[in-house]
Design a protein around this ligand. Structure first.
Ligand SMILES: [Zn+2]
Length: 409
């Protein structure tokens, strides 16, 4: 695979080392911050009770424990680790946006949302406790969200249009573009954040001012680079926004590959081939028209120029056809080759806000007391979690503890 996450997991939130100093009340400042670790996040193995993730955290955590000779050694200090837990099965809504319209437009439509309506939606979702997560991370088994928050995914289709994202002369997103509204909102509201999955058709339109000399490609490359560097990851929506149900296996393969090749060409031309290794392979089906037979096989078997297999394929539907959500990868209901998305209009967001309590939040629990010298041992941690569940201090569920995941349902 060779793919790694583009940012560290939020380890400081995930790993709050709680040291109980039973008699030594004056040692209170020891264990606040811990450094971020290798963010490698392997896929979930549903057959295993525990999944190994990077394991450098324990050692770094231990370094935060006082070491002067007057202090008890770590093994004598009873301490607990904070586990993050899905005690109920998480449900992740995936909202899908398209283009943006100015506030002077009469109203938002299915494909163009006004700035005002868009921002109202962000605020309502934030107030309802939702936090943006990366789609790719979730599929790869990183199921973390901050305690008390509900995971939410934002996607956008049909990129790149000028009203979606375009750079100004200073290399910043122009303030009349949809992603810039979202970017500024995420900066002001870090609890909500800014994380997007963008599904691009690079071959069905010109960009910027659409000059015949092709300068639009340079502008397009700059926007692409900004997105890749700012948590707006870019995936496939076919090169020409084709009807996949009518295209045949060869046509589908060509269109998927052409989109990937052109994206890489833009990056290479802009001197940013370093960004290519972070690209992955996910597809949103144009119009929601699914191919069948050999076309379906061509789609699901498509691999990128770097050899990445198809990670996930996304559908699109309206909320009036029933509310569908992404299950966690450990669930038997999880089908990476048919993940539902919800079309954007305000009623979809109104539904999520109104039904917010039906979307579980991540909870936490103190696991322990633990032997400090064994906390980098996955089996030991699994046993400690089981003991905490048996004693009734922690709930059953899907656990994230240290850099490990444990299916303790
Ligand atoms: Zn589309």
């Amino acid at each position: 695979m060779g793919h790694t996450l583009k940012e560290p997991l939020n380890m400081q939130a995930k790993l709050q080392l709680t040291v109980i100093f039973s008699a030594l009340a004056f040692f209170t400042s020891a264990c606040s911050a811990t450094p971020a670790a290798d963010p490698t996040s392997p896929p979930i193995d549903t057959g295993a009770t525990a999944i190994s993730m990077a394991s450098t955290m324990a050692a770094e955590t231990m370094a935060a424990i006082p070491t002067e000779t007057t202090i008890p050694t770590p093994t004598e200090v009873p301490f607990y680790l904070t586990a993050n837990i899905w005690a109920e099965e998480p449900r992740v809504p995936i909202i899908n946006y398209h283009q943006f319209a100015p506030n002077t437009s009469l109203r938002s439509t299915d494909h163009k949302i006004r700035k005002r309506d868009f921002l109202d939606g962000l605020e309502a979702l934030n107030q309802a406790g939702f936090t943006l997560i990366h789609l790719e991370d979730w599929i790869n088994g990183d199921l973390y969200v901050p305690e008390g928050r509900r995971p939410l995914v934002f996607t956008m289709d049909d990129l790149f249009y000028n009203n979606q994202i375009r750079m100004d002369e200073n290399g910043e997103p122009r303030r009349d573009t949809g992603l810039s509204f979202a970017w500024r909102y995420g900066q002001e509201h870090p609890e909500f954040g800014f994380k997007w999955s963008l599904f691009a058709n690079l071959g069905d339109k010109w960009y910027a001012d659409g000059d015949t000399e092709g300068k639009w490609k340079d502008e397009l490359a700059q926007s692409l680079i900004w997105c890749l560097e700012h948590d707006a990851r870019v995936y496939n929506h076919t090169y020409q926004h084709i009807r996949m149900d009518k295209s045949g296996a060869e046509g589908i393969l060509w269109d998927l590959e052409q989109n990937d090749l052109f994206m890489r060409e833009l990056l290479v031309k802009a001197g940013r081939e370093d960004l290519i290794e972070g690209l992955n392979n996910m597809l949103a089906i144009p119009f929601g028209y699914w191919p069948e037979g050999s076309g379906y096989s061509a789609m699901t078997n498509y691999i990128t120029p770097e050899g990445e297999p198809m990670l996930a394929v996304f559908d699109i539907d309206w909320i009036i056809n029933g509310v569908k959500f992404m299950a966690p990868p450990y669930s038997p209901e999880f089908d990476p080759m048919r993940i539902p998305r919800i079309a954007m209009p305000p009623e979809a967001i109104a539904y999520l806000v109104e039904h917010q309590t039906e979307f579980p939040t991540m909870v936490s629990c103190q696991v322990g007391p633990l032997d400090a010298e064994q906390v980098n041992d996955q089996d030991y941690l699994g046993e400690a979690i089981q003991a905490s569940i048996t004693s009734g201090t922690c709930p059953q569920g899907f656990y994230i503890l240290e850099n490990y995941s444990f299916d303790m349902r």
